[in-house]
Design a protein around this ligand. Structure first.
Ligand SMILES: *Cc1c(COP(=O)(O)O)cnc(C)c1O
Length: 408
């Protein structure tokens, strides 16, 4: 395969101002000009390479943005203070009052809440659809539709979007395909499959140490320039700017992302296979039983695997809570939202990260009470992890009750 995202990162070469092997952190909010004329030109966007004010951009943010653009294979990128600080400006830049969005119905709870509750206040309406059904997606497009929105691998149900198929529909109807790739960095390269804009919450796998929030928008130079425009750019005017110290630390963590993703994927695959053998209802794109297993395979950069996210269904919220508390007590991970940490993180999405989605809609999309979402950690001995998790499940009678259901 010609395109290897991690290689693009390894080929980047930045030096600090004194030859340091890391770029210097820009510890300034504003920049001086030798001539007043250059300052004016910079405001107008006509003085390349000049820094003006760090909400516009800063050297540290540019370095991180360029590294992420290299990873996604886009012309450039703009970092933001959070994932939501990347998603909302993109949608507001692409849509005006009267416009319409077609979105996957299984998306991050915050994105869902923005589209469902906030965007309508600005006259932007959204149809939520089953993104795995391309005919349904296409039938939902109206003459006002401007954006097709999805996640490569969806939160929390791990549905997989056919990015090439969606890109074709987007092209035919002159829409922008915006893909949130937070769950599958390196494994899937949406821009290479035809997405116009690729977004990440850097908070998750990319930073990988659960010590900050962050986001990025990867796209064409033209689109990123629009977002940063001082007169009408949504990123510039909504002001979700990342701090230079944070972008410097995320850049350093990004360099080990390929190794971490391989380990997350390896551990998740191991556990998913065992859980499924034990009779648990397990969802993981790497399992042949996943409805989009072949689709994921056809899109993936195989060396990074099927990712670190899996779900199991233990039947009820009560059982889910008991299991999560016991696993935390035995130091198998943390009962916490978010993902992409060295420890395994687990939560019950129906009552936490997806609680923005009304109960009847949760049921319709298959988000059941007993669902536990796992972000599998970097454990060195995943066999031991499995054995300890299995012991927890046996103590709580989870495996036996699951087996009985299967027999009936
Ligand atoms: C966490 C998350 C977001 C939001 O990112 P923040 O950094 O928390 O603002 C968006 N999309 C997905 C898929 C996420 O998991």
């Amino acid at each position: 395969m010609a395109f290897k995202p991690a290689n693009n990162i390894q080929d980047l070469q930045y030096f600090g101002e004194f030859g340091g092997v890391n770029p210097s952190i820009s510890d300034s909010s504003t920049y001086t000009f030798l001539s007043a004329k250059t300052m004016f030109d910079t405001f107008e966007g006509n003085a390349d390479g000049c820094y003006l004010y760090s909400r516009h951009t800063s050297p540290s943010n540019l370095y991180l943005g360029e590294a992420l653009a290299a990873m996604e294979g886009t012309e450039t990128a703009n970092v933001a203070a959070s994932g939501m600080g990347a998603i909302t400006p993109v949608l507001l830049q692409l849509c005006q009052t009267g416009d319409h969005i077609v979105s996957s119905r299984t998306i991050y709870g915050g994105t869902y809440a923005f589209l469902k509750n906030f965007a309508p206040r600005l006259g932007v309406d959204t149809s939520f659809v089953d993104i795995t059904k391309l005919d349904v997606v296409e039938a939902s497009i109206t003459e006002n539709t401007k954006v097709l929105y999805c996640e490569s691998v969806s939160n929390p149900l791990l549905e997989v979007a056919d990015i090439e198929g969606l890109a074709e529909i987007a092209k035919r109807h002159n829409l922008k395909l915006v893909v949130d790739n937070t769950f599958s960095p390196l494994s899937i390269s949406p821009a290479k499959l035809g997405a116009d804009v690729v977004i990440h919450s850097l908070t998750k796998f990319i930073n990988g140490s659960s010590d900050t929030v962050g986001g990025v928008i990867c796209g064409t130079q033209e689109f990123i320039d629009q977002l940063r425009n001082v007169n009408d750019g949504a990123s510039m005017l909504l002001g979700s700017t990342m701090d230079s110290f944070r972008s410097a630390s995320i850049l350093k963590n990004l360099r080990t992302l390929h190794i971490r993703m391989q380990q997350h994927s390896k551990n998740a695959m191991f556990l998913a296979e065992r859980f499924e053998e034990d009779g648990l209802k397990t969802v993981y794109p790497g399992l042949a039983s996943h409805p989009s297993h072949e689709l994921f395979k056809s899109m993936m950069n195989p060396q990074y695997g099927f990712g670190g996210m899996l779900t199991i269904d233990v039947g009820s919220l009560e059982k889910a809570n008991e299991l999560m508390e016991l696993m935390q007590e035995r130091n198998l991970g943390y009962l916490a939202v978010s993902l992409g940490f060295y420890k395994t993180l687990f939560s019950a999405p129906g009552s936490s990260t997806s609680s923005e989605i009304p109960e009847d809609e949760q049921i319709e999309m298959g988000l059941s009470d007993g669902l536990i979402r796992f972000s599998i950690g970097l454990d060195a001995d995943v066999q031991r992890t499995y054995e300890m998790m299995r012991t927890c499940m046996e103590e709580l009678d989870i495996l036996s009750s699951v087996k009985e259901e299967v027999l009936v």
